[in-house]
Design a protein around this ligand. Structure first.
Ligand code: HEM
Length: 464
């Protein structure tokens, strides 16, 4: 990580490519717009995210070998998740409310909350769309939830350990210390049966027209016939991992930013109340209209992107880039997202947290649909770019809006002891930027707001 930072300071700032060597690989880091534009458009036969993805999360030790590369479920998810967004909203609202109230005990006095644990707890309840997938009993089953949370944390830890070991020690360490089998047994116990029951009643290749459209069905529709239950379960675990880890870190960063910059709390609350009143509740349209909140989340993600490098690709066919850099077959290439997000060439006062920066940019003529939390661009790389950009980003942006809206409208937030503006430093692990895990923030019930107007009733039943 420090090598990346040093290289980015020395060369990346000026748009020059540089190379870093880690114990497990060589990486070429590109910052120039022209090269990133080229990278975005190169075919998969030249550069490809998926083999790099397999190595980044060490699928052979955490799941099964080659499963990111064999991403048969991703296209179906890309299509179905966005389509399904509207019908998932009531469930998400209900899960956020229930999860947050169970995870914290905040009344009308300032109370310290470990925001990282709370964010992971909230997100694990709805980002895996557990409620739609499993129904209430399983999605609120504590053993299952604890396990999902633990698993999403340990995947990265395992990958980081494996990364620094010589190849001959990897399987030994993996089998004795990393206990992949335990994780899988618990998941098979909880969800293996769901796949098997659905398979028995499945009409041949129902695809997205199926009556039960959920993650289990998407995987079943796309999986090659005869795929064993364990491999189907592992694919759902991979999907949950991709969503829980990234989304919970993003939520925790945003809550820290709200606590450190309390002047944004009231205007955001006013926007939410107005939009919900005019739209008559939580609809997709209402979320689209929360433009200040959207801007706040994008600014938080600009300054504290979960991944310090993105657009990671493995070079499949040796290639000379437009700036003359030769990338041999097998090397990895990537973009230093954090450095670019803080570049004065791209952003005015880049080191200042300006929650409504993107809101103002969207007010300019012709920009109404640009600069949204989920829009990708060469200046904003939190969700990658091009063919492999994150398929869950629209879902993530909306779920994050609901979580932040719920917390903001019901509670006031401040840093520990009521300090303003000095957010505790982030913590880096590999290429991941985590919010401070120890400091926490303080919350207090907000007075004079009708909870029921914003979050009417907790839904208590769910039909699949
Ligand atoms: C704030 C939350 C999230 C962040 C910051 C994030 C970030 C990313 C990034 C940086 C990539 C690589 C893109 C590239 O290299 O061009 C990616 C890919 C991916 N993400 Fe996300 N993600 C988030 C949420 C989600 C969610 C909620 C899901 C699923 C429900 C998801 C599923 C995936 C998948 C399946 C891929 C691989 C795409 C492919 O192989 O084509 N992500 N994400």
């Amino acid at each position: 990580m420090s090598l990346l930072k040093e290289g980015a300071e020395k060369y990346g700032k000026y748009g020059k490519a540089f190379r870093i060597k880690t114990p497990s690989r060589d990486m070429i880091v590109f910052s120039s717009r022209e090269v990133l534009e080229e990278l975005k458009n190169l075919p998969a036969s030249v550069v490809n995210f998926r083999p790099a993805g397999d190595t980044m999360i060490r699928t052979e030790y955490n799941f099964h070998e080659g499963m990111v590369q064999d991403a048969y479920h991703v296209d179906l998810m890309r299509k179905n998740m966005t389509q399904k967004l509207s019908s998932l909203l009531p469930d998400v609202v209900s899960e956020v409310t229930d999860a947050f109230e169970k995870l914290t005990d905040v009344k009308n006095e300032w109370t310290n909350v470990n925001i990282l644990d709370t964010s992971v707890g909230v997100v694990s309840r709805y980002f895996g769309i557990h409620r739609r997938v499993f129904g209430l009993p399983t999605c609120r089953n504590q053993e299952y939830l604890n396990h999902m949370i633990q698993f999403s944390i340990t995947v990265m830890k395992r990958a980081n350990v494996i990364d620094v070991l010589p190849w001959f020690l990897r399987w030994i360490v993996a089998s004795f210390l990393l206990k992949k089998k335990d994780s899988q047994d618990i998941m098979v116990k909880h969800i293996g049966g769901l796949f098997e029951t659905r398979q028995k009643t499945k009409t041949p290749h129902t695809s997205s027209t199926t009556t039960t459209s959920d993650a289990i069905q998407w995987i079943l529709d796309a999986a090659p016939p005869g795929t064993p239950t364990l491999k189907l379960v592992q694919r759902l675990m991979l999907f949950n991992f991709a969503s829980i880890h990234t989304s919970s870190m993003t939520l925790a960063h945003a809550l820290y930013d709200l606590a450190a910059n309390p002047e944004f709390q009231e205007p955001l609350c006013i926007e939410m109340e107005e939009v919900l009143r005019t739209e008559g509740g939580w609809t997709k349209q209402a979320l689209t209209k929360m433009k200040k909140l959207d801007s706040f989340l994008r600014e938080s993600s600009r300054m504290n992107g979960v991944n310090t490098v993105t657009v990671v690709r493995k070079v499949i066919t040796s290639h000379t880039f437009i700036d003359g850099t030769y990338a041999p077959k097998g090397v990895w290439v990537c973009a230093p997202a954090t450095t670019l997000h803080r570049s004065p060439e791209l952003y005015e006062n880049p080191e200042i947290f300006d929650g409504f920066r993107f809101y103002r940019m969207r007010q300019l003529e012709g920009n109404a649909h640009n600069y949204q939390m989920a829009s990708t661009s060469l200046d904003y790389l939190s969700f990658g770019i091009g063919k492999y950009s994150c398929p869950g980003r629209f879902f993530a942006a909306n779920e994050l809006k609901i979580a932040v809206a719920y917390i903001l409208c019901n509670y006031q937030l401040r840093l520990n002891g009521g300090v303003c503006g000095k957010k505790p430093p982030n913590v880096s692990s590999g290429f991941v930027c985590m919010p401070n895990p120890t400091e926490g923030i303080e919350l207090k019930e907000r007075e004079g707001r009708e909870k029921s107007v914003l979050f009417p009733g907790h839904v208590t039943s769910c039909s699949l």
